[in-house]
Design a protein around this ligand. Structure first.
Ligand SMILES: Nc1nc2c(ncn2[C@@H]2O[C@H](COP(=O)(O)OP(=O)(O)OP(=O)(O)O)[C@@H](O)[C@H]2O)c(=O)[nH]1
Ligand SMILES: [Mg+2]
Length: 321
């Protein structure tokens, strides 16, 4: 897709604020490789550390509906907004795809809002490989508030925490083992908890349950104490509370110089991810590694060599001082 010269022209139009150019550049970022690196090299210098808010929670909790409502309210506060929806409408909730599309289209009519969906890397949802890059691009495009929506499953919770200044966890009054396990992971990363679907009769009790488990965590005084809010994204109630708590958390971070500290942590995990990706590609295709692997995999097959001893042999070829 496109040669380097095209990228140059795209970057120029991106600099002029052309939405179509931004969209094309994101596609190049999704494809990865040299093109993506070239784009990032130019764009990174233009980022200004936009405020990043992660929205995560079980499939179908109402994340997109909530983000849509909040985006409209944030616009009234003169924010320019970039929205990244990783794997919208997961296979779990199904059927919401059309609603999602219509919503996104509506938001995109406002030139100060840029919405983009990205495919997640795992079949179970979670985060996309290029979420950080796309967030940077939207930052460089002048968006001062970046919203990342992800389905909170398995390992992805920590990842969203590493990419956000503020994490909003959206839960719904539902039980079930899967949800409970998910909730355990989500409890660790939320700065703000939202019990959505408050139009359901069980919501108040479910919110109290979350409050109780937070109390059990006994978060030290002086640390941020995550609030638990009740909303109905459908009936548009409780939205102002979410905005207020997001602003409170931001202010709390800023007053303690933690906003910039978070930015440093976000960048550190960025460098780590990029470094690991590169190392993996480089090492796995290294000829001496390939040679040993090919010549001795038969021993693993025969059961004479365990995979772990094999790894040890390969590791010996890699020297890190
Ligand atoms: N009753 C009720 N339904 C809601 C509420 N918020 C969202 N919904 C509905 O729940 C369904 C899923 O909403 P989405 O906003 O797509 O949920 P999501 O968390 O983004 O879903 P995925 O991205 O697929 O994980 C839709 O049918 C919404 O209309 C709410 O507050 N109350
Ligand atoms: Mg969604």
């Amino acid at each position: 897709m496109g040669g380097m010269r095209d990228i140059g022209a795209l970057l120029e139009r991106f600099g002029e604020g052309k939405t179509a150019a931004a969209a094309r550049l994101i596609t190049i970022l999704e494809e990865g490789g040299d093109g993506a690196e070239r784009v990032m090299d130019t764009i990174f210098a233009r980022t200004s550390g936009a405020y990043r808010i992660g929205f995560t929670g079980p499939p179908g909790a109402g994340k997109s509906t909530l983000v849509y409502r909040l985006a409209k309210l944030f616009r009234q506060k003169e924010h320019e907004i970039g929205i990244i929806a990783v794997d919208p409408t997961s296979p779990f909730s199904g059927g919401a795809l059309l609603g999602d599309r219509i919503r996104m289209q509506k938001l995109s009519e406002d030139p100060k809002i840029f919405v983009r969906s990205l495919a997640s890397r795992g079949s179970l949802g979670g985060i996309s490989n290029c979420t950080d890059e796309v967030a940077d691009l939207l930052d460089a495009f002048g968006k001062d508030l970046i919203i990342i929506e992800t389905v909170g499953v398995g390992q992805s919770e920590l990842e969203i925490a590493e990419k956000s200044h503020t994490v909003v966890v959206i839960l719904v009054p539902e039980s079930g083992d899967g949800i409970q396990a998910m909730k355990a992971g989500l409890m660790e990363i939320g700065d703000i908890f939202v019990m959505n679907k408050a139009d359901h009769p069980d919501a108040v009790l479910a919110a109290r349950e979350i409050e109780n488990s937070l109390r059990l965590k006994d978060i030290p005084e002086g640390n941020w104490q995550p609030p638990v809010l009740l909303t109905s994204a459908l009936e548009e109630t409780g939205m102002e509370d979410v905005i207020r708590e997001i602003e409170n958390h931001r202010r709390w971070l800023e007053e303690r110089d933690l906003f910039e500290e978070k930015r440093r942590l976000i960048l550190r995990s960025r460098v780590r991810d990029a470094f690991m990706d590169k190392l993996e590609r480089k090492l796995w295709h290294d000829s001496s590694i390939t040679r040993i692997l090919e010549s001795r995999i038969g021993e693993v097959y025969d059961g004479r060599l365990s995979p772990y001893r094999m790894v040890e042999e390969l590791e010996r070829l890699v020297t890190v001082e």
